[in-house]
Design a protein around this ligand. Structure first.
Ligand SMILES: NC(=O)c1ccc[n+]([C@@H]2O[C@H](COP(=O)([O-])OP(=O)(O)OC[C@H]3O[C@@H](n4cnc5c(N)ncnc54)[C@H](O)[C@@H]3O)[C@@H](O)[C@H]2O)c1
Ligand SMILES: N[C@@H](CCO)C(=O)O
Length: 384
């Protein structure tokens, strides 16, 4: 058996001498990083970067250099104080946001490795990916809008990657869980996808795990929002659109040119609440309580549990719905924000491959984004 040390895992060796791997001098690499969208996920990422920077520099020779943070109205460029890198709200030099100026700043001089992380939920930011990638800037994102949006834009992103810059988006599906990469590995090694089924919403998993009739549904929804599980507008979760986006991302990964309109989606948002401004919706969220209590009661009468499930088959049929499942079903035995993804493939035909674990929350999502950044850093040539 060959044991190879990961270039990012060159810790002082704790093994006994007989098993010890040879000590190597880490390759020195610098990656200039810009973070777009310092909200819940973006702020958690900045904290994780700050905590990991000294270890990565020492053990892996990787200098992840934060060069800027851009929010919706203002941006901060340059900072020589690593403490300030994380505490962007108190940074000294703020100026009005300009994504082109921001990208040019992070890209810097010719030949430097640069990466932009989009932690917004903004389509206007996603629209910049093709030209960022074409200009050699790597892009990592948990934002699902590019992966599930307009097909022409998605194709432009893929085409721009042929110039050498890389686009990674693992955290768009099930936050920090290895779902996109698992599908990629199955397909790249010659397997064929037959179907993907599962629970893809951390918010809805948490809500239906907690909703037992003791507390009104709207109270739980507000708590899920405060915990950072929901999308900025929780109706994106309740309408099934967030899960439909994840299905579209997986379908495209599997070579199926799906769009959101191709997904059959059951919305849990009453029509009267669908078009309200966010604040007004949150004030009237109690209008969800009666219909949700009725769904819960009918599930109990049938001897089952409510679970938000989604499915995709090899022909591109995609569906998102709230189902009553028997309590013996595998999806009934999930906890908290657990997502579960069942890949049925030629190789895993009779006994599907399962990925399960927490599927929402700023920390786990930021960790998924961070892992994508490290995958890109692993492949960098040594220069600049
Ligand atoms: N919260 C989760 O558990 C989770 C999990 C997986 C994926 N995601 C995705 O991560 C992204 C961020 O989620 P969040 O919960 O942190 O949302 P958030 O609302 O807390 O943060 C989004 C941030 O983006 C900023 N922003 C908006 N437009 C911008 C622009 N034009 N330029 C720069 N910044 C802009 C907002 O000001 C805000 O600070 C979303 O795309 C979401 O779908 C979230
Ligand atoms: N709001 C999403 C975040 C993860 O994509 C969810 O609850 O699953």
């Amino acid at each position: 058996m060959n044991i190879c040390a990961s270039p990012l895992a060159e810790h002082p060796n704790p093994l006994p001498p007989a098993l010890a791997l040879p000590t190597r001098t880490p390759r020195q690499r610098t990656l200039a990083v810009g973070v777009v969208g310092p909200g819940r996920v973006g702020s958690a990422l900045l904290e994780q970067l700050r905590a990991a920077q000294p270890r990565l520099a020492r053990d892996s020779g990787l200098d992840l250099r934060l060069c800027g943070v851009v929010a919706s109205k203002r941006m901060w460029l340059d900072c020589d104080d690593p403490e300030l890198n994380a505490r962007h709200h108190s940074a000294q030099t703020w100026r009005p946001s300009d994504l082109d100026e921001f990208a040019a700043h992070v890209r810097g001089n010719e030949g430097r490795h640069a990466l932009l992380v989009d932690c917004s939920a903004n389509p206007a930011v996603a629209a910049h990916y093709p030209h960022w990638l074409a200009s050699g800037i790597h892009v990592v994102t948990p934002n699902k809008l590019a992966g599930s949006g307009d097909l022409a834009q998605w194709r432009a992103i893929r085409a721009a990657c042929t110039h050498g810059a890389r686009f990674r988006y693992e955290a768009t599906v099930c936050a920090g869980l290895p779902v996109v990469q698992t599908l990629r590995d199955l397909l790249d090694t010659g397997d064929r996808m037959l179907s993907i089924e599962g629970m893809f919403s951390g918010t809805l998993a948490w809500l239906y795990n907690r909703h037992d009739g003791q507390l009104p549904f709207s109270t739980l929804l507000r708590e899920a929002h405060a915990l950072g599980y929901t999308e900025p507008d929780p109706r994106t979760d309740l309408s099934g659109i967030d899960v439909a986006r994840k299905l579209v991302i997986l379908a495209r990964e599997a070579g199926l040119p799906l769009s959101l309109e191709d997904v059959e989606v059951e919305s849990l948002v009453p029509p009267a609440l669908a078009a309200l401004p966010l604040d007004a919706f949150m004030q009237r969220a109690h209008e969800l309580d009666a219909p949700m209590a009725a769904r819960l009661a009918s599930a109990h009468t049938a001897g089952g549990v409510l679970r938000h499930v989604a499915s995709l088959d090899h022909a591109g049929r995609a569906r998102v719905r709230l189902a009553v499942l028997p309590s013996s079903h595998a999806f009934a035995h999930t906890r908290l924000t657990d997502n579960i993804v069942q890949f049925r493939t030629e190789r895993y035909r009779d006994n599907p491959l399962l990925v399960q674990g927490p599927g929402a929350g700023p920390e786990v999502t930021a960790a998924g984004v961070f892992a994508d950044m490290l995958r890109i850093a692993e492949s960098l040539a040594v220069h600049a």
